[in-house]
Design a protein around this ligand. Structure first.
Ligand code: COA
Length: 391
């Protein structure tokens, strides 16, 4: 027998009841959910009934976080109480800060935040309490503390001191404050806030499904979030926003973008920031994020990334009918905001923790362990030969 990992039994005969195996679970409906709906036919996305572009234009990220957890948009009084709590939870312990500081300088910030969230779970004495009230409280803690951990890592990796959170600032403003020591103009804060809203939730995507699988074993919210972070890190999922910017920097000149894309397609190269498992006619979130990436270009006077964006999109759509996904405008937008490229996916975590927590709570409230089947294509049953007789 071959020792290759991908060994397939040459005598394998498909089992009739399993021939409908869907690679990558494509098209499989796994469970019901009331958190969000992606409609590929109308290119739309709703969070608990509200179109995402409507939320992005009219709400702050904190309102959307509340909507995720509580299923309704908050009243002014509810938002004030929620924000007060979120702001009061922003500090992280000295021990957690030291753990982040002690990590190798070259470790990816997604690995840092995965470790930081894991440490939060170790510190919480109520780790096994998954009651709705406790999970809601933990979800707010994750929302409040993840930005502090990401910003601490951002500073430490540059050899700079930690800047503690400022409770007088919104979540988005405070993140800029903790990273750069100042809050930028309101257009920049709005563009960042919009990106958090657009990244907050997207039904049963890979990381959310991962966190639901972990929750289904009756594990805790921190473990499920750590698992979600692990899934999000990959370049086919959240990691694509970083790859988009690496690609744009590699192209460097908008005048070279068209030829670059033609070469990439000729070489069957996968172009990051394009394509989607569910949307086939365009990602519902892209027009809004494209608009705010343009705002960033106007504010900074850096027009080259959006010119490159338009050239790349034009060729890809003309030649392959494959459309940009949210990572395509988010990448250059974050770059123009001044963030290091490897912090783009941790910023995605700051947003997606809301969607993950909503799904974790939904799964916990109506749980059955998630345990699919596989179609076995390995060796037929055989007898063990004693090691002394094996050749
Ligand atoms: N660049 C070039 N070709 C692409 C492509 C891309 N970004 N995305 C899809 N395609 C092509 C595939 O090569 C395939 O062509 P083929 O039928 O000739 O082999 C076809 O489109 C279908 O793609 P497939 O990989 O089967 O789609 P999927 O549903 O399995 O994967 C993604 C979806 C998102 C993983 C995939 O589009 C991708 O890898 N995109 C780049 C990474 C990215 O931006 N991820 C963020 C997602 S929000």
């Amino acid at each position: 027998m071959s020792t290759q990992d991908n060994y397939v039994n040459p005598d394998y005969v498909p089992e009739p009841e399993k021939v409908n195996t869907k690679k990558g679970l494509e098209g499989s409906v796994i469970d019901t959910s009331s958190v969000s709906k992606v409609n590929p036919d109308t290119n739309s996305l709703i969070y608990r009934g509200y179109p995402v572009h409507d939320l992005a234009e009219n709400c702050r990220f904190e309102e959307v976080a509340y909507l995720m957890y509580k299923s309704e948009l908050p009243t002014a009084a509810q938002l004030a109480e929620f924000e007060k709590l979120e702001r009061s939870y922003r500090d992280i312990s000295k021990d957690n800060l030291n753990v982040i500081k002690a990590l190798p300088k070259k470790c990816h910030p997604m690995d840092s935040i995965r470790t930081g969230v894991s440490f939060l779970g170790c510190e919480d004495e109520r780790v096994w309490d998954a009651s709705p009230a406790t999970n809601f409280d933990k979800a707010i803690r994750l929302l409040a503390k993840i930005p502090t951990m990401v910003a601490a890592d951002f500073r430490f990796k540059k050899g700079l001191d930690f800047i503690p959170p400022n409770k007088d600032l919104s979540l988005a403003e405070n993140f800029f404050h903790m990273c750069f020591g100042k809050v930028p103009q309101k257009e920049v804060v709005k563009a960042f806030d919009v990106s958090l809203i657009l990244y907050a939730e997207h039904s049963f995507n890979a990381s959310t499904f991962t966190s639901r699988v972990v929750t289904s074993t009756e594990s805790d919210i921190y473990s499920a979030t750590v698992a979600g972070i692990g899934a999000l890190k990959g370049p086919l999922h959240g990691g694509a926003n970083e790859m988009v910017m690496h690609m744009m920097k590699e192209i460097a000149d908008p005048a070279k973008a068209e030829q670059w894309m033609l070469d990439a397609l000729a070489n069957k190269r996968k172009v990051m920031g394009f394509g989607h498992r569910v949307y086939k006619k365009g990602d519902s979130r892209v027009p809004t994020m494209r608009k705010y990436a343009q705002v960033m270009a106007d504010v900074t006077g850096e027009s080259k990334w959006m010119r490159m964006y338009d050239s790349l999109e034009k060729v890809m759509v003309e030649k392959k009918k494959i459309y940009p996904n949210l990572d395509f405008p988010a990448g250059p937008a974050y770059f123009m905001m001044g963030f290091e490229i490897d912090f783009f996916t941790p910023i995605f975590v700051m947003a997606r923790t809301t969607g993950w927590s909503a799904h974790i709570m939904e799964q916990a409230a109506n749980n059955r362990i998630i345990r699919p089947l596989s179609e076995y294509i390995g060796s037929a049953q055989r007898k063990v030969t004693p090691i002394s007789e094996r050749r």
